[in-house]
Write a protein that binds this ligand. Structure first.
Ligand code: BGC
Length: 765
């Protein structure tokens, strides 16, 4: 026993001998309970609460059990069944001195056992109810696996698709991402406090601004003006926290010269004081040690000191709190109150997760184990299929190539047509690749014997062996990217043979899932050359060519746009993906998704986000471009704009009607349009409301999304869609960083994407 441990024990015995080996008192008042518990903890036990340990190779199980029983671990992540978690909880809740339960966390990002489409795809649905259902099921399934917390939602705004983690977020727009952040937090937590057996605590990540890493290169530095930060990048985190998220994961990046992990402005002034956050902060994986790499800490001791002083409560996969805090306290460099603050937050989170009331709340009793949580999976397949079909975006559909008839012969070709693992997308929690429905399986099931489905792989995802090696890093036992050993020529020849027999070609192309992941930044957003070669050969057959894209970020699709007859962006669709894509291809579901992020024409034009600041020499389509802000070698602007997506039917919007042309402060104006389904199929679309501040004291964005409604209309049906615009919708941060609306004119733009809009104007008096 070390000196500090002994000191703690002596204090404990002196202060509260009666409680020394009893179960914590049943929950009464949260603060009183925690204060009482903390008064009985040794320093060693307190520091133990701040350790979040990854279950895996790093620490063998017997050692973990010993550490937990000694009160030296606060929570773990990466263990995901009741059977795995029960002994760990028993060690904590039954065998440790103070019987403080541990908690179990995991990256449940877009589903747990049933995998839903990736976050970027879910955002494409603009369907809050569908997203809510997916989030709720993720909570139910992960809680049934004994998990208490998820490291999600990831609400980093991303405007640079070179960043591989674009796939994990909900796109480029502050308003849309904020709405989803709120929905996801509530869905996971199942209410204000996640203390029920089917709820888990949400931890909003990555705080903050991780999506703005320079050049889209993962882990790179972030440098940003306060206005942009407050106006565009911070609102989604705030929305998630206002919705009640119990946790915040601190980002790996630096912000304006200080790493988030040691950033007192970020974690104290903004998060705690300005926003009033009361929950727990969690470092990202190894981020405390990385303070040395950032060059702000000379050694591990200084790194631990900076992080605890900044307000990082839980240290994820990092031994520095354990090794350094005792010495730092002893020397007086860290005040015990700083450690106490962190411990209080961790214990508070455990209280909120319901673990003091019942440490086995989500793990259940041993005899429950026969209820294999995997069975849940089957119950949720219908919802997964529905969310997936709502998440796809129809980018092109020349001559009504889609939907396909269920007749004749269809050639399905491409490296992603029959790949189970790629259906899952990144961060697929406990999703099992073999349970996924591939596109080939989905199309075959939809067709039965009504039509002939021929298949050829046609190409490898890439022929670049360095890229394959990179993508299979850490997975050599079970590589994700398995190359077909045939030559590219032989594969294309086989594909052409298949294509020649068919009436239509469906090509499933894109990125393997690892290409859109953490640490997967790209310099090119083209389809890999192996697949482009395949597409050129397929195009030369003269048969109708339908592209089914599977990817986790916007791609540059100039050739594809010009040459494909139809393009369906499916992202990564999850467990039921193949069935859902087949539903859309054959018209059993009419696509209704809209892009939550702009698609650039070329990498050189990035960033192409729609809500960019106004400038003095804007480029105008159709006018001479000299001395305007543009690239002169190619058309400017996105290839597919934010909010864009086609349907198998047509929608028409009436001009915008405003209830008033002048409005007083505190008042509101109602904007309405009539939307009509003028085609011959039932369908849904998203009516989008944008505002433009005509002139203000600060440069304002060209337009900003302020509201939207997803509307379902039968063929021929019309509906009036109404939006209230109030003073809050007009506010922005001025030079003094005050959030104010300024008098003057505002253009109200309503459209079915961000570019084609109807406009009316009102004035704030
Ligand atoms: C990621 C986090 C994730 C954590 C735990 C880190 O590498 O940046 O998003 O939650 O690992 O898996």
């Amino acid at each position: 026993m070390n000196r500090l441990h002994l000191l703690g024990l002596v204090t404990t015995l002196l202060m509260a001998p009666a409680f020394a080996d009893t179960q914590p008192k049943p929950p009464q008042d949260k603060q009183a309970f925690i204060a009482d518990l903390m008064s009985r903890m040794t320093l060693d036990e307190k520091i133990g609460q701040l350790r979040l340990i990854s279950i895996g190779k790093e620490m063998p199980k017997p050692q973990i059990l010993k550490e937990i029983a000694a009160g030296r671990i606060g929570g773990t992540f990466n263990s995901v069944t009741r059977q795995e978690n029960r002994p760990l909880q028993e060690a904590a809740a039954n065998n440790s001195r103070l019987k403080i339960p541990i908690f179990f966390a995991y990256d449940v990002v877009h589903g747990h056992r049933t995998i839903f489409p990736i976050s970027l795809a879910q955002a494409s649905s603009w369907d809050m109810e569908a997203i809510e259902r997916g989030g709720r099921i993720s909570a139910i399934e992960s809680a049934a696996d004994g998990l208490d917390m998820t490291f999600a939602p990831m609400v980093d705004i991303s405007r640079d698709p070179r960043w591989g983690r674009t796939s994990e977020g909900f796109g480029e727009d502050p308003y849309l991402v904020s709405r989803i952040a709120e929905v996801m937090v509530k869905a996971y937590q199942g209410g204000a406090t996640p203390n029920q057996a089917d709820s888990i605590m949400a931890s909003v990540k990555h705080f903050a601004l991780y999506g703005a890493v320079e050049g889209g290169r993962d882990y790179n530095a972030v440098d940003m003006s306060p206005m942009r930060m407050y106006q565009d990048y911070l609102p989604p985190y705030k929305a998630g926290l206002d919705a009640g998220a119990g946790g915040v994961m601190v980002a790996l990046n630096s912000i304006n010269g200080t790493p988030a992990t040691s950033n007192t402005w970020l974690l104290q002034d903004l998060l705690r004081k300005e926003w009033g956050f009361k929950g727990v902060t969690i470092s990202d994986h190894g981020a405390i040690s990385e303070l040395m790499r950032h060059g702000v800490a000379r050694d591990g001791r200084e790194a631990a000191k900076l992080a605890i002083k900044a307000g990082v409560d839980l240290s994820m996969h990092d031994e520095l709190y354990a090794s350094e805090l005792p010495g730092l306290i002893e020397s007086g460099e860290v005040d015990i109150r700083e450690v106490d603050n962190a411990v209080r937050e961790v214990l508070g989170a455990k209280w909120d997760m319901g673990l003091f009331a019942d440490p086995f709340l989500r793990i259940g009793k041993a005899q429950d184990d026969s209820a294999d949580p995997g069975v849940e999976n089957l119950q949720h397949r219908d919802v997964a299929r529905d969310v997936a079909r709502k998440s796809m975006v129809l980018l092109e559909n020349r001559r009504n190539t889609l939907p396909l008839e269920k007749q004749g012969t269809i050639a399905l070709i491409g490296p992603l047509a029959d790949s189970h693992i790629d259906m899952l997308g990144s961060w697929s929690a406990s999703g099992a690749a073999k349970q996924t429905v591939t596109l080939r399986q989905g199309m075959q099931a939809a067709l039965g014997d009504q039509a002939r489905l021929l298949y050829a792989r046609g190409a490898n995802v890439t022929n670049d062996s360095h890229i394959v090696e990179y993508l299979n890093f850490l997975n050599w036992d079970d590589p994700e990217v398995v190359q077909d050993p045939r030559t590219p020529e032989a594969m294309i020849a086989e594909a052409l043979k298949v294509a020649q027999q068919a009436d239509v070609i469906v090509a499933a192309v894109g990125e393997s899932r690892g290409m859109s992941h953490e640490s997967s930044s790209r310099t090119s957003l083209d389809l890999p050359e192996s697949q482009r070669e395949l597409l050129r050969a397929l195009k030369a057959t003269g048969k109708p060519l339908v592209l089914v894209l599977m990817n986790g970020r916007p791609l540059t699709l100039k050739w594809e746009q010009a040459n494909a007859d139809a393009i369906l962006e499916t992202w990564y669709t999850g467990t039921e993906g193949g069935n859902a894509i087949a539903d859309v291809l054959f018209g059993d579901y009419n696509p209704s998704g809209k892009l939550p992020i702009s698609f650039p024409r070329s990498v050189g034009q990035i960033p192409t986000y729609y809500n960019h600041p106004r400038i003095g020499r804007p480029y105008q389509v159709g006018k001479p471009g000299n001395y305007t802000s543009q690239y002169f070698e190619e058309p400017n602007g996105p290839l597919y704009p934010f909010g864009y997506g086609l349907s198998y039917t047509d929608f028409e919007l009436s001009p915008v009607r405003l209830s008033a042309t002048k409005v007083r402060r505190g008042g509101k104006v109602e904007a309405s349009v009539t939307v009509k389904n003028t085609g011959s199929r039932d369908g849904a679309t998203v009516v989008q409301l944008y505002l433009q501040d005509v002139a203000a004291s600060m440069i304002r964005p060209i337009k900003e999304l302020k509201n939207f409604q997803k509307v379902s209309l039968k063929a021929g049906e019309e509906k009036v869609v109404r939006f209230d615009i109030n003073e809050d919708d007009l506010k922005f941060y001025n030079l003094q960083m005050q959030y104010r609306a300024e008098p003057g004119e505002f253009n109200v733009q309503i459209g079915l994407d961000s570019q084609n809009v109807q406009q009316e104007t009102f004035e704030l008096e």
